[in-house]
Design a protein around this ligand. Structure first.
Ligand SMILES: Nc1ncnc2c1ncn2[C@@H]1O[C@H](COP(=O)(O)OP(=O)(O)OP(=O)(O)O)[C@@H](O)[C@H]1O
Ligand SMILES: [Mg+2]
Length: 424
C-alpha cells in the first residue's frame, strides 16, 4: 500500500519509513501539511499518517482539507503525535474525520496493527464516506482551542529545556572553576613547600650563628640589641616557614584516635582568652560524636586560626559559635560540590556574625600570604595552614560568607572506625 507520512522532524520520518517499509508498504513523506496535500492531490495515496504541530500547515488543517474534499475524503488518516494535551485532542481529531489517534512513542506492533486495521476498514467502505461531522465555525473554534493548548505545552517544554540547559552550563562552569582553583592550590603548595624547606635550613643557620655571636659579647655591648633583633626576626621567619610547610602538607604529624569534643573542651580557656570578653563565644558539642584520627596539635592550630579570624571579623563585639556534628555526605551532595567525596564525617563548624567576605576574597582566602589585614595584623598564612591540615587528613572545607552577613567555615573530617564490628 502507498502510505504518506507527514512530520517536520527528519528523525521521526526516518523511523516511521523504516518500520513501514519493513512491513511491505511504499512510503512517501512530507515535512508539513501543505506539501502533503500537494502529494495527495497528484498521487495514489492509500493512507496518511500525520503529526499535529508542523510549520505552514498543521495536521488538523491537513485533516480538514482532506475530509472536506469529496475527491480525497475516502483516504484514511491517522494522527501520530507526541504533543498530547488531553482527551479533547482525540475527540477533536475524530470530529474532523480522523480514523485513528495514536500517541508517540508507541510499540511498533501497535502502530502496524493500527495501520493494517485502518487500511482494511477503508477497503471495506470502498470509497463511501459520511459527510463532515462539524460545521465550519465550530470546527474552527475547537481547532483554535486545541492549537492554543498545544502551543502552550510546547512553550512550557521549551522553557523547561532552556532552564535545564542553563543549569547544566552553570554547574559545568562552577566545577571547572573549582577544578582550576584546586590545581592552583596544588602548584602553589608544591612551590611554597619546596621554598619553605630550603628557607628553614638557612634560617636555622642564621639563628645558630646569631646565638653564637650573642654568647660571645657582653649585654652592654652596643651590638647586643642588634643581634637580639636578628634572632627575633629569624624566629618569626621560622614560624612562617613552618606554616608554609603545613600548607604544603610537608609537616610531620602523629595522628591519634580523638574525640573532637574533648580536644576542643581542653582548648576553651585559651579560646576565651583569644576572643576576649566583648565577644560571645558559644560552644555546642554534639553528644555521641564519632571518633576522628588526627594529631591533636593540628586541631589546636585549626581552631585557633578560625577563632582568631572570627574575632577579627566581629571586632569590636559580636558572636562566635563553635559546634560539632556527625554528617554523612551522599553521592548527590558530592555531585553538587566538586572535590568532595561521599562518606561519614565529623564536622567542625565555626560561625561568626562579623563583616563577612565578598566573592573575590572568598576565592583566595586559602592562598598563602593572601590577607586583607594590615601588615602587622596578618600574614595571610592562617587559613593556608587550616587548608593544609584538613587536606593532609583527607577532609574538606566549605565556606559560606557574604559582606555584612557573617561567615561560616565547615570542616569535614573523616570519621574513624576502629573495627568493622564496632561500627554502628
Ligand atoms: N571569619 C572571617 N570573616 C571575614 N573574613 C575572613 C574570615 N576569615 C578569614 N577572612 C579573610 O581571609 C583572609 C585570609 O585569612 P588568613 O587567616 O589566611 O590570614 P590573616 O588572618 O589575614 O592573617 P594570619 O592568619 O596569617 O594572621 C583574611 O585576611 C580575611 O580577609
Ligand atoms: Mg588569620
Amino acid at each position: 500500500m502507498n502510505i504518506l507520512i507527514v512530520d517536520d522532524h527528519e528523525a521521526n520520518l526516518y523511523l516511521l519509513e523504516s518500520l513501514l517499509n519493513g512491513n511491505g508498504h511504499q512510503v512517501m513523506s512530507a515535512p508539513d501539511g501543505k506539501q502533503a496535500l500537494d502529494i495527495v492531490q497528484t498521487g495514489d495515496i492509500d493512507l496518511i499518517i500525520t503529526d499535529i504541530l508542523m510549520p505552514v500547515m498543521d495536521g488538523f488543517q491537513l485533516c480538514r482539507k482532506i475530509k472536506n474534499d469529496p475527491d480525497l475524503a475516502a483516504i484514511p488518516l491517522i494522527f501520530y503525535t507526541a504533543t498530547y494535551t488531553g482527551p479533547q485532542d482525540e475527540a477533536f481529531a475524530f470530529k474532523i474525520g480522523a480514523d485513528r489517534f495514536i500517541v508517540k512513542p508507541c510499540e511498533p506492533d501497535v502502530l502496524i496493527t493500527a495501520v493494517n486495521e485502518v487500511l482494511a476498514s477503508a477497503q471495506k467502505k470502498q470509497g463511501k464516506v459520511s459527510g463532515p461531522a462539524l460545521e465550519e465555525e465550530e470546527a474552527y473554534k475547537l481547532y483554535s482551542e486545541r492549537l492554543v493548548t498545544k502551543l502552550e505545552q510546547k512553550m512550557l517544554e521549551a522553557e523547561q529545556e532552556i532552564e535545564a540547559r542553563k543549569k547544566a552550563e552553570t554547574d559545568l562552569r562552577k566545577s571547572q572553576a573549582q577544578l582550576i582553583q584546586a590545581r592552583k592550590m596544588e602548584s602553589v603548595g608544591r612551590l611554597a613547600g619546596g621554598m619553605a624547606h630550603d628557607y628553614n635550613n638557612m634560617i636555622n643557620v642564621i639563628m645558630g650563628f646569631a646565638e653564637l655571636a650573642l654568647g660571645k659579647i657582653s649585654p652592654k655591648d652596643p651590638l647586643y640589641g642588634d643581634i637580639q633583633e636578628i634572632i627575633r626576626a629569624a624566629r618569626r621567619t621560622s614560624d612562617m616557614t613552618r606554616k608554609l610547610l603545613t600548607f604544603a602538607r610537608r609537616q610531620k604529624f602523629s595522628p591519634h584516635v580523638l574525640d573532637l569534643n574533648e580536644t576542643i573542651e581542653g582548648m576553651r580557656k585559651m579560646l576565651d582568652q583569644v576572643t576576649g570578653k566583648d565577644i560571645q563565644l558559644a560552644w555546642h558539642p554534639k553528644p555521641g560524636l564519632w571518633d576522628i584520627f588526627m594529631d591533636p596539635s593540628q586541631i589546636d592550630q585549626v581552631l585557633l586560626n578560625l577563632c582568631v579570624n572570627a574575632k577579627d571579623a566581629v571586632d569590636p563585639a559580636g558572636r562566635v559559635v563553635v559546634e560539632t556534628d556527625n554528617t554523612h555526605l551522599d553521592a548527590q551532595f558530592c555531585s553538587l560540590h566538586p572535590g568532595f567525596s561521599p562518606g561519614d564525617f565529623v564536622t567542625l563548624t565555626v560561625t561568626d556574625d562579623g563583616c563577612g567576605m565578598d566573592a573575590q576574597t572568598r576565592e583566595r582566602i586559602f592562598e598563602p600570604f593572601y590577607t586583607t589585614k594590615a601588615p602587622e595584623k596578618g600574614t595571610g598564612l592562617g587559613l593556608a595552614t587550616v587548608y593544609g591540615i584538613v587536606k593532609q587528613n583527607h577532609g574538606f572545607i566549605q565556606v559560606t560568607s557574604a559582606p555584612q552577613q557573617g561567615t561560616r567555615f565547615i570542616l569535614y573530617l573523616p570519621r574513624h572506625i576502629k573495627t568493622a564490628a564496632m561500627s554502628d
